[in-house]
Design a protein around this ligand. Structure first.
Ligand code: ZN
Ligand code: ZN
Length: 620
């Protein structure tokens, strides 16, 4: 994540070296875009007024304490997820009453925040204040207006929270089983209530709910049952637990049956809700979850622009490769076709379908070494990272992901989930492997693990601010992962091979192709939800303009129908972080140190980039 020493104070020229090879004009343009228009509406804020601020600050601190206690009472499963185990025995039945409690909770703390003058508290508190305000307003909007509880049957999956307790080691043996026993109590009521909530779902979320809940059945019927059978408790108690377990399994199976046999067949094309959330919802959700300083539309426009810039740059890199790989064939007229052919040729170098996990394991130590050698960032190697197969109940959204420990269990294991290709035909597997070829596989590892998500979340968990450690801004988190890919490339990652020239160009070509995906994710998400883009046009964008493999493109379409604004977080956060780095560097080129910048930036936790920016610029 950190810059190498040789380029300190000279990041931009390093960054654009690859581009300048192809086109000087292009380099100039890219440079300008990074600088402008990112932070157009930032309010520098009034300075806190000396001693007057002290009572307000202590009031604010008390408020956050009470707020967090209340937060756990309102969202006990969230508490468990963060490693606060006092609420492990509770799941909240999602009914009208629970939604009213959420709204009351929001109202209460929005009122309390109103009574504090945000300009009279110290900067870190002001940052927390803004994060809280945003989150509370987001919950209100979500319960009152967005009302996902009525149309997304997949949001009710209890599998993960049970699995986390099951796999966790803070409690063991019979004690663990007893906790799970108490937690299972509400499951039948829970799923009855869910059936009442669901009004007019989408096809897509209904299908996802069916698939994922089948994985959840396994957690109960197999894993919890196995550990019950293994544990030494009295026969009577065992029987009691078994009865409740059976009821839980029946409830989950009942839910799947209901979805499959009664709900799904009733959803005709006219009757199902569209998965497209529409302009108003999209803009609002983008504001709450992604950025308040960039608009969804502004980012969409930038993505369109960057797409053509990167395509142009790719062409400049691929052109000289043609003679090397196809000395006897005439160059294609169509520029995109030429780029595609070179990318396809390089993509054919990929790991075997059964060795994905082995590859990931092999590459991670190399990333750590590179970062150390180039002094890019301090990596805490005491935090365990375990690479394993994506649990069933998490499959269906993406091929690789990170499950990080919660705020209150910082020392626990982080899991790198790699989805195995079981069930893929050989054609599907080949397509997938070409997407995650020798080159992009390395970028994937940078993104997911080191110095991407795993590293960022480890820093976030060390943050002084509980508020920022608990409320993660997606654009900051994903933006960091995308930024770290770029930063590693700038620092010369991938150059040091036996064949340095070949490796260098190939790695950059595939990096740009990967980056084009980030850009197209933004275009795709906006186009699908706001502009009504069809599946055909979406696949055309991904395959023909972003050089993706068929399987990847289809999976991406599926994902874009199941999530909203999340796919735009990557590019938005990347732009914001990059712009911040340039801004700080330009203030004092001599003093700028990339390692310090990264560590400082990550030290604030996972707050929105705009808020971190303000803290950094004010020297806090
Ligand atoms: Zn192959
Ligand atoms: Zn990510």
């Amino acid at each position: 994540m950190k810059e190498i020493q040789q380029v300190h104070g000279n990041l931009s020229s390093k960054l654009y070296r690859m581009k300048i090879k192809g086109s000087g004009r292009m380099a100039q343009r890219m440079l300008i875009f990074f600088f402008t228009g990112i932070f157009f509406s930032c309010n520098p804020g009034k300075k806190p007024a000396g001693n007057v601020s002290i009572p307000q600050d202590s009031r604010f601190e008390k408020l956050t304490e009470v707020f967090i206690e209340d937060l756990w009472k309102t969202y006990p499963s969230w508490a468990s997820g963060e490693g606060n185990h006092s609420f492990d025995t509770v799941i909240v039945v999602p009914d009208e009453e629970s939604r009213q409690r959420e709204l009351e909770f929001c109202r209460r703390y929005l009122d309390s925040l109103k009574r504090i003058d945000e300009y009279a508290i110290e900067p870190l508190h002001r940052a927390e204040y803004r994060v809280m305000l945003n989150e509370l307003q987001a919950i209100e909007w979500s319960v009152r207006d967005f009302r996902e509880y009525r149309w997304n049957p997949a949001m009710y999956n209890i599998g993960e929270s049970f699995d986390k307790i099951l796999k966790g080691d803070y409690i063991t043996g019979a004690d663990k089983i007893r906790i799970l026993y108490r937690r299972m109590k509400n499951i039948p009521d829970y799923y009855l209530s869910v059936q009442n909530n669901i009004d007019l779902p989408t096809f897509e979320h209904t299908r996802l709910a069916i698939d994922q809940h089948k994985g959840t059945v396994g957690i109960f019927d197999k894993e919890i049952r196995d550990s019950l059978n293994r544990c030494s408790i009295g026969e009577h108690e065992k029987q009691m637990i078994e009865e409740r377990l059976n009821k839980a399994v029946d409830a989950i199976r009942g839910y799947i049956d209901w979805l499959e046999k009664s709900l799904l067949p009733s959803l005709t094309a006219e009757k199902a809700r569209s998965f497209r959330i529409g302009k108003e919802n999209y803009f609002t959700k983008f504001g709450f979850e992604i950025s308040r300083i960039n608009t969804a539309e502004g980012i969409y426009r930038k993505a369109i622009l960057y797409k053509s810039l990167i395509q142009e740059e790719l062409l400049h890199m691929c052109l000289p490769q043609w003679k090397k790989y196809f000395p006897r064939q005439p160059q294609p007229e169509n520029k995109l076709a030429l780029t595609r052919k070179i990318i396809d040729t390089l993509s054919a170098i990929h790991p075997h379908r059964d060795s994905l996990m082995v590859e990931v394991r092999r590459q991670l130590p190399a990333l750590v070494n590179f970062i150390k050698k180039n002094d890019l960032l301090t990596i805490d190697e005491t935090k365990p990272l375990v690479i394993h197969e994506t649990p069933e109940y998490l499959r269906g959204i993406s091929g690789a992901s990170i499950s990080a420990p919660g705020f209150f269990e910082k020392e626990d294991t982080t899991y790198y989930n790699v989805t195995p290709l079981t069930g893929f035909s050989s054609a599907e597997a080949e397509s997938y492997l070409r997407e995650y070829n020798r080159y992009t596989m390395q970028i994937l590892n940078i993104h997911e693990a080191i110095p991407g998500h795993y590293t960022q979340l480890a820093y976030s968990n060390q943050s002084k601010s509980v508020i920022s450690g608990l409320f993660h801004n997606t654009a900051m988190v994903e933006g960091w992962a995308v930024y770290s890919e770029r930063m590693m490339m700038e620092s010369g990652y991938g150059n040091k091979n036996n064949e340095p020239d070949v490796m260098d160009t190939a790695m950059w070509i595939l990096y740009y192709k990967w980056h084009l995906r980030v850009i197209c994710n933004t275009i795709l998400d906006y186009s699908i939800h706001v502009l009504g883009m069809s599946e055909t046009d979406a696949l055309n964008l991904l395959v023909n303009e972003a050089f993706q493999q068929d399987t990847e493109a289809r999976e991406k379409w599926k994902r874009a129908t199941l999530t909203q604004v999340q796919l735009a977080s990557y590019f938005t956060g990347y732009l914001e972080i990059y712009a911040l780095r340039e801004e700080i560097e330009n203030r004092n080129r001599k003093e700028f140190n990339l390692k310090k910048f990264h560590e400082k930036f990550l030290g604030y936790g996972s707050m929105p980039v705009s808020i971190i920016r303000q803290l950094m610029l004010e020297g806090n």
